[in-house]
Design a protein around this ligand. Sequence first.
Ligand SMILES: *Cc1c(COP(=O)(O)O)cnc(C)c1O
Length: 363
Amino acid sequence: MTEVAWNPLYGAPVYPAERYAALARRIGAILKTDNDVLLVQAEAVVALEAVATSLARPGLSALNVVTSPYGSWFGQWLRRGGADVIDLVAQPGRPIEAGAIAVALDANPAVSVLALVHAESASGILNPLPQIVALAAARGILTIVDAVASVGGHALDVDALGIDIAVIGPQKALGGPAGISALSVSRRAWELILHDEAPHDSILSLADLKAWADAGGALPGTPAPLEFFALEAALDRVEAEGLGQIVARHERAASASRAGLAALGASLWVPGEHASNLVTAVSPPSGIEASSITGFAAALGIDLSPGVGTGSSHLVRLNHTGPRANFQSVLANVAAYGAALRRAGLPANIDAASEAVVRIYSS
Ligand SMILES: *Cc1c(COP(=O)(O)O)cnc(C)c1O
């Protein structure tokens, strides 16, 4: 037999069952909610699909805001379950306007569920969540928020806003593991979910997850211990830094990125008040393709990426999420973007851009 070197992962201990409830409580504190918090043993897209699958049924009418592929998927999952879904599609790569939501809700009085993404890492936009949730609340409409990208990057106060279901993942601004996700569910949302034809015996069944949680905080199947230890470590780090401080770190990274790009004469895709704090999207000038900017940056070891989704592929995204929401990443991103322009023979004042980034980080 071939000798295999010893590896600590071979002996990963079982995650202690009594600690799931504590994890859920700590996530509830991050979301600022007293609602039930469920853990899902999969990346956040699975938690989103579970929400849509568990809510959908014939006769349910939903307004589904689409600002990226995540929103399109959510609408498809609802339709698959027989729901009537009105997709409200924003201008490509732009946030939805609260006014458009008000018009759609007035035109569709049967709507009882509204779904949207808070901040988009695909295009770097921020939807006006407080205004939208207030519009829904005034009409007694249940709200579902994909806060996977925004949690830790933006203020997210689930109970104060009255969000019925918020879905998060630790892998973006919180800098945690990607193989696990969580959601909060209000009492009102449970009333809608727990109906006679609700899906059961399915990994996408929130009713099943609730039954497991109510029975003592355990999860169905064999929980993957490494993910839970990693989540616990991420929560330790989040609590040590402080959620307010993490959001402030993302705000600073976003304003420094915007200031640096503005000093390069770059054209920001959305103004600051409509921009997410996670990534900054820029529309390259004519004369250079997004792919040649990202390729040039990659050769410098800097990971700039193209926009994702309709109307976003011409964009370049500067990522300042999670561990990248810091001075060195922001400065390197901006300098690499400027260097790519200069290489293409376009003007780029990298001195001024660096100065602008430094100024934000020194104030
Ligand atoms: C990242 C992200 C998700 C989850 O995607 P993963 O495949 O789990 O990384 C869902 N919604 C939004 C808005 C996201 O940014």
